[in-house]
Structures are given as C-alpha cells and as structure tokens.
Write a new protein. Structure first.
Length: 219
C-alpha cells in the first residue's frame, strides 16, 4: 500500500509539472487535446491518491484518554467518602471552584480576601488523602510535587513549601490555630474545630463532589 501511494504521488507530481509548463517531452508546445488528456490524467491520479489516503489514514475519532468518562451511577456511599477542604473559622471564604482551589494549592493565589497569607498543609507522601489531591487538584505525582515547590522557592515565587503534618489530629490543630491555613481531611476525621469549604457549591457528602476516596479500611 505504501509503495503504491509513493508511486501515485510521483506520477501525479510529474503530470502536474507537465500541465503547468505546457511543454511536451520533446520540448514542443503540446496540442489542446494533449493538454486535456494530461489534465484528465492528473485528476484521476488525485482521485486515486485521495482514495488511498482514506484507506491508510484512520478517521480522527477522539481517543478514550481524551474523552471524559461518564459515570452512569454513583458509587455506593458505604465504600466512598468525601475529602473535605478545611480552613480556619476566621476565614470568610465559604465556597471555591475546583479551579480556584487548584490555584491556591499551586501557590498562584497566596492571599485570602481577608488579606491573610495562604498557608498550605499536606499529609505525608503515600497517604490516600494526599494521592487524591495530587491526582484531582495538582495533576502531579509526588516527585513532580516536590520539584514544583523546590523550584518555586529557589526562584522566589513561594515563601515556603506546604507544611507536612503526620496525622489528621495534627492537621486539625494546625488549621484551628492558623487563620490562613488550608488543608484536606477525610470527612470521617473532621470535628467542629475547623471550617469545611464547599467546592463547586457542593459539600463533601453531596453527589458530584469532585474529591472522593475509598473509606479507610477497618483495622
């Protein structure tokens, strides 16, 4: 198929040159009938070329990787729970879009509307909570996450990297005592000491909430 396609291209190019220059093989001006036959031959070659291209080149359907998956049913509530975005009770913000949340977590927005500096908190690498945030919000892996903030601090774009806290209890205490702090916790790890933000106007228990992970296995 490929050899035939190359021959068709060469033949079509040769015919096009003959018609364009109106010069015959003996360097004499051809007759009108010769020009007409050459034009007809060129048109046929183009038609064959297009047909062969249609057979060789696949149709440009979007791949499965570029088409968002459509869930026909929500996962059972018993096996999944929301990952809440939490702030200090003094923070006036009540709702963020997922895109705004990403800007905050990436350090592109470093100040709250209350003029307090954003203080990022994170759980250790390898935890299911951190993996969920890396996948949904950062669109990075752990290595890219570390490089991103290290390079940003080197260039002076960030004052500091996210504060890593070992346990959900440590996260709650830190957020409750730091007015600009923002972090994430499982719904099952929440208490009244922190404020839960809505994301895309959805609470963690609502259908369609973007940050969800499997319930922690029972010990």
């Amino acid at each position: 198929m490929a050899d035939g396609l190359r021959r068709a291209v060469r033949y079509g190019w040769f015919e096009a040159l003959r018609v364009r220059s109106f010069v015959g093989p003996d360097n004499q001006r051809p007759s009108f009938s010769t020009i007409r036959l050459s034009l007809e031959a060129a048109v046929k070659v183009v038609g064959v070329l297009l047909l062969m291209l249609a057979l060789v080149v696949p149709l440009d359907y979007p791949s499965r990787a570029t088409v968002p998956s459509v869930q026909t049913a929500s996962p059972p509530r018993g096996s999944w729970e929301g990952l809440a975005i939490i702030v200090n009770h003094k923070n006036p913000v009540g709702n963020l879009t997922l895109w705004q949340l990403r800007e905050i977590f990436l350090g592109e927005r470093q100040w709250w509307p209350s003029r307090r500096r954003v203080v990022l908190c994170a759980l250790p690498a390898g935890t299911a909570e951190r993996q969920t945030v890396l996948r949904v919000v950062y669109a990075m892996n752990n290595k890219d996450f570390d490089k991103y903030f290290l390079w940003g601090m080197f260039r002076g774009e960030f004052v500091t990297s996210p504060t890593i806290l070992r346990t959900p209890t440590d996260v709650r205490r830190f957020v409750a005592s730091t007015p600009g702090a923002v972090a994430y916790l499982r719904v099952s790890d929440l208490d009244n000491s922190v404020k839960v933000l809505r994301i895309n106007n959805l609470r963690p228990e609502d259908d369609g909430y973007p940050l969800r992970l499997r319930v922690r296995p029972s010990k």
